[in-house]
Design a binder for this molecule. Structure first.
Ligand code: NA7
Length: 487
């Protein structure tokens, strides 16, 4: 079998490592960028931090004693993936600067084309193209007239000076919050435009001591126990129980923690009320920050709770009619999360066009397989588990499931495999019904919601997800042919 993996981010690297481990030597990874890392390659903004604890945000088979902090800084995450690439000799299998633009299933094989005109074919395709990689630019009038530096947080312009500058940050997602925390001490004036204020979860983010770092290096058991930290595990279970049942005690606990944090950390009553969200905690992805509240209470920081509607040559005209002048405007306005591997042209069996199947919204059976797209599997595909836990773990569970489908092909039990229409329809119906009951649907805007306002997420608990990934129910898959009869 020849495999093509699309994307050399965390999930594509995982797939490559696992295929090599299975003894596969006929594989290629196509990566549109110049190096590995995906979102961690793209994002380099000041203050970038993964909000999942360091030792959880690692492959289970490649623990990392070298994390310097409890929450990993972005550059360390990228360095970790670079080190993994070296260790597993992945460079040999990855073709960089090749963007796959078309993937068509013809005569029992996937025919691939890249932007540079290269053609290839494979028996199976693993799409590991990531979720948050299409920056969303806000539609603000006058945006092109601004004479200072203006860029999206995912396209940071490192030639722009920041120290002593007048900086505007638009957006209050994890990115905006991290940027405000990092730049408040560097800017002369920092204005944070919060269209929707956020609930903030306190978190410890500290450097490990040299003693701790030595223990991680010298004692694999310690490292292992940090990766499978029992307290963290039980917190994640509680968190997923909370988001799937908004009336639960676990949810009330989250609401109490964030409300207490706001009450305690923001001393100015006017500011406190101004930034108190009017929706429930965890409706939007929870934001973890040790120092955001501190940052917004600095004398040089102003918070404006409003939508930005007008940018002019010298700055932003606020809702109060006043023009605030800036040297730098950062658009921390998020991503278009529902694109997945698009705009790639993907055509399955019988000429089925993915763009048509996904016209309303992206769907996939268990986030992994799409009917009529045989031998095409996704890691971190549509409607998968999202929340404040490690997507590496999610991808590893998905891989364990996909591997069992690949085994059906590799052992010749069939030539084609993809979810049945019926399994897809029943799964999606149950998923949507349950998703409407989660906290994500409790009344807020967020990137978790699809175009109809339904959470595009795995709506059950993490434990349920792990159980579902244990073993494919092959009655939910359409298998065609016997590979022994391959022409
Ligand atoms: P998010 O979480 O999608 O946040 C985007 C923010 O930008 C959010 O606060 C939006 O407000 C705001 N936004 C978007 N357009 C505008 C305009 N026109 N004016 C003012 N504010 C605007 O993106 P992030 O990059 O922070 O985080 C994405 C994920 O990356 C994060 O969840 C982690 O998983 C990692 P809104 O809330 O829509 O009112």
């Amino acid at each position: 079998m020849r495999y093509a993996i699309i994307g050399a981010g965390m999930a594509g690297m995982l797939a490559a490592i696992k295929l090599l481990e299975r003894g596969c030597r006929d594989l290629i990874v196509y990566e549109k960028g110049h190096t590995i890392g995906g979102t961690w390659r793209e994002n380099t903004y000041p203050g970038l931090t993964c909000d999942v604890p360091s030792h959880s945000y690692t492959y289970s088979f490649e623990l990392n004693p070298d994390w310097t902090r409890t929450q990993p800084p972005g550059h360390e995450v990228q360095a970790y993936f670079e080190a993994v690439k070296e260790k597993y000799g992945l460079e040999e299998w990855i073709t960089f600067n090749e963007e796959v633009v078309s993937c068509v299933y013809q005569h029992g094989r996937w025919q691939l084309k890249t932007a540079s005109g290269r053609q290839d074919s494979a028996d199976a395709v693993i799409a590991a193209t990531g979720v948050l990689h299409h920056p969303r630019y806000p539609d603000i009038s006058g945006i092109d007239a601004f004479q200072g530096a203006i860029f999206h947080s995912a396209e940071w312009d490192h030639s722009t000076p920041l120290d002593g500058q007048r900086i505007a940050i638009i957006g209050t997602g994890s990115t905006g919050v991290q940027l405000v925390s990092a730049l408040s001490t560097r800017a002369s004036v920092l204005t944070h435009f919060q269209r929707s204020p956020q609930w903030i979860m306190p978190v410890e983010d500290r450097a490990y001591t040299t003693h701790e770092l030595a223990r991680f290096k010298n004692n694999p058991d310690v490292l292992q126990s940090l990766h499978y930290d029992e307290e963290l595990e039980s917190n994640i279970e509680r968190y997923t129980a909370a988001i799937t049942n908004p009336d639960s005690e676990a949810m009330q606990e989250i609401e109490t923690i964030v409300a207490d944090f706001l009450a305690m950390a923001v001393t100015d009553a006017d500011l406190r009320e101004k930034i108190r969200p009017d929706y429930r905690a965890a409706c939007k992805r929870l934001i973890y920050s040790p120092n955001f509240y501190q940052a917004i209470q600095r004398d040089n920081v102003e918070v404006l709770v409003e939508n930005v509607t007008r940018i002019e040559a010298k700055g932003i005209r606020g809702a109060d009619g006043r023009l605030r002048e800036f040297d730098v405007i950062v658009l921390a306005t998020g991503y278009k999360p529902h694109e997945f591997m698009r705009p790639m042209n993907i055509v399955g069996s019988n000429g089925t066009i993915l763009n048509n199947v996904w016209r309303d919204k992206p769907v996939a059976y268990l986030s992994i397989s799409i009917p009529d797209f045989p031998n095409f599997f996704m890691l971190n595909g549509p409607n998968g588990p999202v929340g404040n836990f490690s997507l590496i773990e999610i991808a590893e569970c998905q891989w364990a499931y996909i591997e069992q489908l690949l085994a059906e092909l590799e052992t010749g039990k069939c030539q084609e495999i993809s979810a049945t229409q019926q399994a897809m329809a029943e799964y999606e119906h149950a998923r949507v019904e349950q998703a409407k009951k989660t906290i994500f649907a409790s009344g807020c805007s967020s990137w978790y919601l699809d175009s109809k306002g339904v959470p595009a997420t795995w709506p059950w608990t993490r434990r349920d997800f792990k159980a579902a990934m244990q073993k494919p129910d092959l009655t939910h898959f359409l298998t065609v042919g016997n590979a022994m009869n391959r022409p």
